[in-house]
Write a protein of this length. Structure first.
Lengths: 443, 353
C-alpha cells in the first residue's frame, strides 16, 4: 500500500462549470489557467437551500450573445436564468396545465432549443420538456427584461411519448429535429419534433440462452455524433451499453456490459465515436463505439454514483458529478484527474459554459495570436466578473464576423496546444502515441 | 521479501534528500544494520544502536523531569506537555469535514430521510430480521439487540426476499430495518435500511462479544437509553450518525442511566452499552503544598467527591462501513452514495467517517 496520498492535480484549462444539486442550489465553479495554477474553485452560489426545489434537469443554450439556462425543479417550476450572473429571467410552472400533481409531473428531460431562437428573434425561447409519465411538450416563452412578466407565446404542442412506464432519459440531437426517449418499461424511441411523430422504436433484445428476459429499463442515452441522428447510445439498468442505428436495424448494433451497477450517465465526445459512461458505483470510463472496446477508466477515488457527465466543447476535458458531492474534471486524452471540487450536496447535473475561456483571453489580448491564446494571458488580469457581461458581448459580436471555419480551426488549435501541454506532463509518452493523436486531430 | 522492503525503505528515505544531507546522515549513523549481511555483526550493531537510543531517551526524560521540577520549585508554569503524535491527530486534511453553522448542512439535515424522527415528529419502529440461515450466536445476538433498541421487533426471515420484507415493513410503518447476516453461525454483517426511502448502510460486523461473556456485566432495564456518537466528522460520517441515531427514540429516560455508545475511531465504529451511576465517595486528599513546607504537618482533608462508575451490559461489537446506498436495498440496480474501493486506501491517515 503506497504511503503517499497527495494526488497531483495538474490543473485545468480556464473553464466555467455550473452544477445543480438536490437542494436546488446552483454552484458556479471556475478554473483560471494562470491564476492559482488552474485549480477549480467555487466562485458563486445561486438560490437558497430548499429541498422542494431539487433540480431534476437542466439545459443550457450557451450561444455567445445572451445565453440562457433552463432548470426544472421538483416542485414543478421551470426557471430560466442568466448563466452569467444567475438572474432569474422567467419562471413558469409545469403543474397547472394538466392539473396533475407535481410528483407525477416530475420533469425527466429538458431541452432548450438554440436554433429556433435565431428565427423568431432573440427574446423568444423554445423548450422541450418531458415528464416521467411521458407527457412531452414543446412550448415557447417570451423572455422579457423584467422577471415578472410571463408571456407564453402561442405555439405549444403536447403529446404523449409512451403508453405505460416511466421516461427516464430523453435527448435532442444537434440539428434539433429529432428527439429520443426511453426509460423503465419503455423501449428507446425516436420522434420527429417537427410534426410530433414517432419514426422509430427499438426492439427488445432476445431472451438469453437460459430463456431469461431482462426487463427494459433505460437509464441514460445520447446521440453518438453531431451531424447524424441515426446512431445513438443507451445505457441500461442491467449495466449494459447499447449502440442503436436507426438506419440499420431495430435491435442494438453493439451491446456490451460495463461493471456491475447500472449505467447512470452517458455522454458523447465530439469526435463521433468515443463515449463516456458513468455507473452507479462511481466508475467512469471511455469507450470507443466503433468497436465497443473499453479505452480506459478514469481513476480518482470516485466513491459515489455518477449522475451527470459533460464534455467541454473546446478543451479535451470532461466533468463528472454525482452522489459523492464532488465535481471532478478530467483530461480526456490522459484520463487524468485535473481537479476535484467538493460541493457539499448530492449533485444532479453539470453543464459547461463554453464561452468562458475565450472571454478571458479576449479581454486581455483582443488581437492576440490565436494559436497561443492561452500562453498570452497575463497573470495579473482583472477578474472579469459576471457583472461585466456587456463589454464581452461587444467583442463577441465582432467575433461573429469571422467565418465558422476559422473558429473551428481555432478550437482545433486550442485542443492541440492543450494536448501538447499534457504531453509535457507525461515524459514517458512514446512517439507512437503522438502519431495516433495527430491522426485524431485529422479526424 | 525482507530484501525488497529494505530497498524500498532506502529509496523512500534517502531519495528526496540532497546528497550532502545524505552523506551527513551516513557519517553519523554509519552503516545501517539492515545493510549488513552477516547476522552476528548485524545483531551486534543493532543491539548497540538500540542501547544508544535507549540511553538517549532516558536522558531526554531526565532532562524533562528536571525542568518540570525546577519550574515547580520556582513557582513558574511547568513546561508544556507535548501531545503524542497519533494516527488520529495526524489525520490527513479532509475537505468534507463539516463545520458547525453551515447553512447548507442544516438545510440538508431538514431535507434528509431521518429528519422526521430526529425532530421527534414520529417515533422509530424497528424491524429486525436475519439472513436465511440463522443459528447459534445469531439469535443470541438478536435477543440482545432487542434489549438494546427500544421498540424493536424480531421477525423470522423465512424464505422471503428482502425486497418483499421491505414492502411489508413499509406497509406496517416501520421506520428502519436491521438485517443481521451470519456466516458459519457467526454474525458478520449488519444491514441498516432506512424506511420508506432512506439509505441502506452495509456494515461489516466483527469482534462480537455477547453479554454473558462479559465479566461483571449488568442487565439492562427497559428505559430509553442515552446516545453517544462521537467523532463522526465528515459529511458521510454525519449521515451515518444520523442513520444510527434514527434507530433510537429521541427522548432518553435519564432515570434508567443507560447509555449506548457508537464511538467512531479511524472509521471503525465501536458499539458499547453501559449503565452508569454517580456516587459520592469520601477520599483522603493530601495537600500538595504540605510536602514542600516541611514545618507544617501534611494535612489530610476528607472530601466527599462525586465519582461515576460504569458497568458494561449488552453486547460489544465493532462495525465498519462497507457501502452506503441511495434508496432502499437494491444490490443490482442501486446507486451508491459511497462505496469503499481499494484505490481509496492510499494512506493509513485517511478516514472517511
Amino acid at each position: 500500500m503506497p504511503r503517499t496520498t497527495t494526488l497531483e492535480c495538474p490543473g485545468c484549462p480556464p473553464l466555467r462549470a455550473l452544477t445543480f444539486d438536490e437542494l436546488g442550489l446552483i454552484k458556479v465553479t471556475e478554473a483560471r489557467s494562470k491564476q492559482g495554477g488552474g485549480v477549480a474553485k467555487v466562485v458563486d452560489r445561486w438560490g437558497d437551500p430548499d429541498a422542494s426545489k431539487c433540480v431534476l434537469a437542466a439545459s443550457m443554450d450557451d450561444r455567445k450573445v445572451d445565453p440562457l439556462l433552463a432548470v426544472a425543479r421538483r416542485n414543478g417550476t421551470i426557471d430560466f436564468l442568466n448563466p452569467l450572473n444567475g438572474d432569474l429571467r422567467l419562471s413558469v410552472t409545469n403543474v397547472t396545465e394538466g392539473g396533475v400533481q407535481p410528483e407525477e409531473a416530475a420533469v425527466s428531460g429538458l431541452h432548450l432549443f438554440a436554433k429556433q431562437n435565431l428565427e423568431l428573434g432573440s427574446r423568444c425561447c423554445t423548450l422541450l420538456t418531458c415528464t416521467t409519465k411521458g407527457n412531452a411538450s414543446i412550448r415557447s416563452f417570451e423572455v422579457t427584461k423584467s422577471a415578472e412578466d410571463i408571456t407564453s407565446a402561442g405555439s405549444s404542442r403536447t403529446w404523449n411519448v409512451c403508453a405505460g412506464g416511466d421516461i427516464l432519459c430523453s435527448k435532442v440531437d444537434n440539428s434539433e429535429r429529432y428527439s429520443l426517449f426511453g426509460g423503465k418499461r419503455v423501449e428507446m424511441n425516436v420522434w420527429d419534433l417537427e410534426n410530433c411523430a414517432k419514426i422509430w422504436t427499438a426492439k427488445s433484445p432476445p431472451k438469453n440462452s437460459l430463456g431469461i428476459f431482462t426487463p427494459t429499463w433505460f437509464t441514460s442515452a445520447t446521440f453518438l455524433s453531431k451531424d447524424d441522428h441515426c446512431k445513438f447510445v443507451a445505457g441500461t439498468n442491467s449495466h449494459e451499453v447499447r449502440l442503436y442505428d436507426i438506419s440499420a436495424q431495430r435491435r442494438p448494433v453493439i451491446s456490451f456490459d460495463f461493471r456491475e451497477t447500472p449505467i447512470k450517465a452517458v455522454a458523447a465526445d465530439m469526435d463521433g465515436y468515443t463515449i463516456y459512461i458513468g455507473n452507479g458505483s462511481g466508475d467512469l470510463a471511455s469507450v470507443d463505439m466503433r468497436t465497443g472496446k473499453l479505452v480506459g477508466c478514469f481513476l480518482g477515488k470516485c466513491s459515489g454514483s455518477i449522475r451527470s457527465i459533460a464534455r467541454h466543447p473546446e478543451f479535451p476535458v470532461i466533468a463528472s458529478c454525482g452522489l459523492d458531492s464532488y465535481l471532478r474534471i478530467w483530461n480526456v486524452k490522459t484520463r487524468q484527474l485535473l481537479s476535484a471540487v467538493f460541493l457539499k450536496q448530492h449533485l444532479t447535473n453539470v453543464v459547461f459554459y463554453s464561452n468562458f475561456a475565450d472571454e478571458e483571453a479576449k479581454i486581455t489580448h483582443p488581437a492576440a495570436d490565436q494559436l497561443h491564446q492561452e500562453e498570452h494571458i497575463v497573470p495579473g488580469t482583472p477578474n472579469e466578473d459576471d457583472g461585466e457581461a456587456l463589454p464581452v458581448k461587444k467583442k463577441k459580436s465582432k467575433e461573429k464576423k469571422r467565418s465558422k471555419k476559422e473558429a473551428k480551426a481555432e478550437s482545433g488549435n486550442i485542443e492541440a496546444s492543450e494536448e501538447n501541454g499534457g504531453k509535457k506532463l507525461k515524459s514517458k509518452k512514446s512517439s507512437k502515441r503522438l502519431k495516433r493523436d495527430d491522426l485524431d486531430d485529422e479526424l | 521479501m525482507g530484501y525488497k522492503r529494505k530497498k524500498s525503505e532506502n529509496e523512500g528515505g534517502e531519495e528526496p534528500k540532497p546528497v550532502e544531507v545524505e552523506k551527513e546522515i551516513k557519517k553519523r549513523k554509519g552503516i545501517l544494520p539492515s545493510m549488513i549481511k552477516n547476522k552476528d555483526k548485524r545483531s551486534a550493531v543493532h543491539a548497540k544502536l538500540k542501547q544508544e537510543k535507549k540511553l538517549e531517551k532516558r536522558k531526554k526524560v531526565k532532562a524533562r523531569d528536571a525542568a518540570e521540577k525546577r519550574a515547580l520549585e520556582l513557582g513558574e508554569a511547568p513546561p508544556k506537555k507535548e501531545t503524542p503524535k497519533t494516527i488520529e491527530n495526524t489525520r490527513e486534511e479532509d475537505e468534507t469535514v463539516w463545520e458547525a453553522y453551515d447553512e447548507e448542512l442544516f438545510a440538508g439535515n431538514d431535507a434528509d430521510e431521518f429528519s422526521a424522527i430526529l425532530k421527534r415528529e414520529s417515533k422509530p419502529k424497528i424491524l429486525i430480521t436475519t439472513c436465511r440461515f440463522n443459528s447459534s450466536r445469531g439469535p443470541a445476538f438478536i435477543e440482545e439487540l432487542l434489549s438494546v433498541i427500544p421498540n424493536a421487533q424480531y421477525y423470522k426471515r423465512g424464505t422471503y426476499d428482502l425486497k418483499k420484507i421491505i414492502e411489508y415493513a413499509n406497509k406496517k410503518e416501520f421506520t428502519s430495518l436491521i438485517v443481521v447476516h451470519t456466516n458459519r453461525r457467526e454474525p458478520d454483517a449488519l444491514l441498516i435500511i432506512g424506511l420508506p426511502n432512506g439509505p441502506t448502510a452495509h456494515f461489516k460486523l466483527s469482534k462480537l462479544v455477547l453479554r454473558k461473556d462479559i465479566k461483571n456485566h449488568g442487565n439492562p432495564t427497559s428505559h430509553e437509553p442515552e446516545l453517544v456518537l462521537p467523532n463522526f466528522t465528515t459529511r458521510l460520517g454525519h449521515r451515518i450518525g444520523r442513520l444510527i441515531r434514527s434507530l433510537f427514540p429521541q427522548e432518553p429516560n435519564f432515570r434508567g442511566r443507560r447509555v449506548v455508545t457508537f464511538h467512531n475511531q479511524r472509521d471503525f465504529i465501536f458499539f458499547r452499552h453501559h449503565r452508569y451511576i454517580f456516587e459520592t465517595k469520601e477520599t483522603k486528599h493530601t495537600d500538595a503544598k504540605g510536602k514542600k513546607t516541611k514545618d507544617s504537618k501534611a494535612e489530610t482533608i476528607t472530601e466527599a467527591k462525586p465519582i461515576a462508575r460504569l458497568q458494561e451490559c449488552g453486547p460489544r461489537f465493532t462495525l465498519k462501513l462497507i457501502s452506503l446506498q441511495h434508496g432502499t436495498f437494491d444490490p443490482r440496480g442501486g446507486e451508491y452514495e459511497w462505496v469503499h474501493k481499494p484505490e481509496m486506501d492510499t494512506s493509513r491517515r485517511r478516514f472517511f467517517l
